[in-house]
Design a binder for this molecule. Sequence first.
Ligand SMILES: NC(=O)c1ccc[n+]([C@@H]2O[C@H](COP(=O)([O-])OP(=O)(O)OC[C@H]3O[C@@H](n4cnc5c(N)ncnc54)[C@H](O)[C@@H]3O)[C@@H](O)[C@H]2O)c1
Length: 376
Amino acid sequence: MTQLGIGLIGTGFMGKCHALAWNAVRPTFGGDLSRPKLTMVCAGTEAEAEEAATAFGIGRWTLDWREVVADPAVAAVSIAAPNHLHCEIALAALAAGKHVWCEKPMAISLADAEAMAAAAATAPGRTIIGYNYVQNPLLRQARRLIREGGIGRVTQFRCCMDEDFMAEAATPWGLKDDRRSGYGVLDDFGSHMVGLAHFLVGEIAEVAAVCDRPFASRPVTAGSAEVREVETHDIASALLRFASGVTGSLAASRAAWGRKSGLCFEVHGDRGTIRFDQERPNEIHLFVAGEDPATGGFRRILAGPQHPPYDAFCPAPGHGLGFNDLKVIEARHFLRVIAGAEPAVFDFAEGVKVERVVHALARSAAERRWIEVAGA
Ligand SMILES: NC(=O)c1ccc[n+]([C@@H]2O[C@H](COP(=O)([O-])OP(=O)(O)OC[C@H]3O[C@@H](n4cnc5c(N)ncnc54)[C@H](O)[C@@H]3O)[C@@H](O)[C@H]2O)c1
């Protein structure tokens, strides 16, 4: 079994998630996967880098991501740093021959995302984007059902993604309000939702969107009377037309009180419907037409070992996987992509298709008209 040196860049919410996944993937899945070894870690501050190195037993840490990318012992790089750094780090890593697991959104600008896809097309390294939700075994089951005609011909797709971490007006101005982080909810949530739409239904060809911000400004620090203008959008709604002709909608908010991980979708077909809510990630609901109306209805399907790779985590059905487990599945997917054992679901080539839709949504909102997605 070969060892794969991992360089981790960013140690916050997602960096920790990647590190946990890298450590868990080999024991969880076993078999002939290469054995990842966290080799070097980089963060924005000494305290964070040192803490991650200690917690995960990583031999070396640095404050300069270029050292990670240049390290001959690093074969694959996890990019879990802020959005505006993704492109520069990914391009440097690909140029150095590394494999790249980049968090979403791919990049801030479409030009950067296109440059990343172009670089990946000729580089020896393999790439994936961190669209972890599509790694849920039940979403794979939903996709299989849709593809195998389990709900008939798809007639409509609807998706919402709501959380409330920006719902409090008194929350101080931060990176999420800074235009350097991107458009706002479109990059944060829109990229996940568009990825999901492509995964379940197919490519989106045309969009019409509106964006909004619930607060025009925020205090510069907690409790301060001085305010700073909010430069991003926390709310977006959109109509979609897929290349297949199917229509749909997206709605997203980072300021929806009470919603914590409200990534919900419905796919309607001419013979049934599938529903999912990420706040209950271990169940999908399936309605199939033709049952006796007196006893028929939505069936709740609980995740279990019959939905691979749930079985690698737990032999008992209904015991449930969590958010971090999705990242372990994603790490295994990446290892198999690197080994040539399976194609990437979202490599940079597929990721840039998502980014084209995200940027079309932003343009549609700015120009108040339908926009065709370039290349769809
Ligand atoms: N896939 C998902 O579901 C998901 C969820 C949350 C965040 N994300 C993405 O993950 C990325 C990180 O988000 P987060 O929530 O973990 O942020 P975070 O603020 O919790 O962590 C950011 C990390 O990057 C480090 N950093 C900052 N500047 C750096 C630099 N110059 N060099 C190296 N490291 C630097 C910080 O020190 C910190 O460790 C973002 O792109 C975000 O969109 C993805």
